[in-house]
Design a protein around this ligand. Structure first.
Ligand SMILES: *Cc1c(COP(=O)(O)O)cnc(C)c1O
Length: 366
């Protein structure tokens, strides 16, 4: 059977897409939910951890869920171009969906701060890539102003259609568990669109009778870019997890609402903790993500160490069910992967030298 895109699969929950609209899709969504046996036991004995692997979307991040809706509606409204500011994945996704739709795409990015894979995507899809000397927050301000005054559709997550599409991730999780939401839902927080969208999705699904319960939302920012945790904007946000290097989140208040309504937590983790989680996901589970995607897992380790999970209640079964959204694919950012790993070893082209270097066994010892 052909894999449906999210508008086809969940159209009845997307009233913003009118009947008969020409859907612009790359069959996004329906991503795997993987049990993480190896990591869960290291976090806490009571935890059952599931990974929602959003890196397997068509452009390699969850941004595609929102982009199919935003570009479908931009085309429907007669726009010939879309524009976004981006730390990388929004532009990669916008460029792909604009190409699919046959319209122009303009992306505004902070110079020198975009992971290589993401830049490559925008370029190969034919977007007009403009770099500014400035950070993401400045790029977003400029994009807002330009799209307000010209006939260009803004496709950043302040476009409400993006969040409508992104909420379908929550539907998929509840569907995969047979109509129950997890006890906890954890994810990285940058502009805070995704935490807003997931919370919206879980609430709508419960109201529709498709899910019995609601999860508690756990969001994690990088310590060097943690405005929500600190309670004030960060002028010069710093973290190697570039996708969450944001100092003034667009959906700040909605993220606080999601936290408070769900009795959740928004915390922060250091780059060191993110890096450890990033390597552990790849080495212990075979799941390669980009650095920002590991912030949620780093946050789980941190919460568990503080005793958070010792006394919490679970809704379902005898374990605490946790879903972690892994937001983007590891191949987006090959530079950080190489840097976080051991160097390749140079060896002579002989069997003996190779076996030596393998350090498994040596023929003379058998
Ligand atoms: C966009 C993005 C985030 C942050 O999501 P927000 O909705 O901005 O909070 C996290 N990880 C990756 C890989 C992203 O592309």
């Amino acid at each position: 059977m052909l894999r449906q895109g999210i508008i086809e699969r969940y159209g009845e929950y997307l009233p913003c897409v009118p009947e008969g609209a020409g859907i612009i899709s790359l069959s996004e969504g329906s991503t795997p939910l993987l049990r993480a046996h190896n990591i869960e036991s290291r976090i806490h004995p009571r935890i059952e951890l599931w990974l929602k692997y959003e890196g397997l979307n068509p452009s390699g991040s969850f941004k595609d869920r929102g982009m199919t809706v935003a570009v479908t509606l931009a085309v429907r409204e007669g726009h010939k171009a879309v524009m976004c500011a981006s730390t990388g994945n929004t532009s990669a996704s916008a460029a792909a969906y604009a190409a699919r739709a046959g319209i122009e795409c303009v992306v505004l990015i902070p110079k020198g701060r975009i992971a290589k894979g993401k830049l490559a995507q925008s370029m190969i899809h034919g977007a007009r890539v403009l770099q500014i000397d400035g950070n993401f927050d400045m790029a977003l301000e400029l994009t807002r102003s330009i799209t307000n005054n010209h006939a260009i559709a803004l496709v950043n997550s302040i476009n409400p259609h993006r969040l409508e599409g992104q909420k379908t991730g929550a539907f998929e999780i509840a569907d995969d568990f047979g109509g129950v939401a997890p006890d906890f839902h954890v994810l990285p927080v940058g502009n805070a669109g995704n935490i807003t969208a997931y919370w919206m999705g879980y609430k709508e699904y419960k109201e529709a009778g498709k899910s019995k319960n609601l999860p508690r939302m756990l969001g994690f920012q990088a310590a060097g870019a943690a405005p929500i945790v600190l309670g004030k904007p960060v002028d010069d946000p710093q973290t190697f997890a570039t996708a969450i290097r944001i100092g003034n989140p667009a959906s700040w208040q909605k993220a606080l609402d999601a936290r408070d309504e769900s009795n959740g937590v928004i915390g922060m983790v250091t780059d060191r903790q993110i890096k450890r989680a990033y390597r552990t996901l790849a080495a212990a589970e075979g799941v390669f993500v980009e650095p920002a995607s590991a912030a949620g897992i780093a946050g789980l380790f941190k919460l568990a160490q503080s005793g958070f999970f010792d006394n919490v209640e679970q809704f379902h079964g005898d374990k605490i069910r946790v879903v972690a959204v892994l937001t983007g694919h590891g191949l987006k950012d090959p530079g950080n992967a190489v840097e976080a790993s051991e160097e390749a070893i140079s060896v002579e082209a002989t069997e003996d030298a190779i076996l030596d270097a393998m350090q498994l066994y040596h023929p003379s010892e058998t």
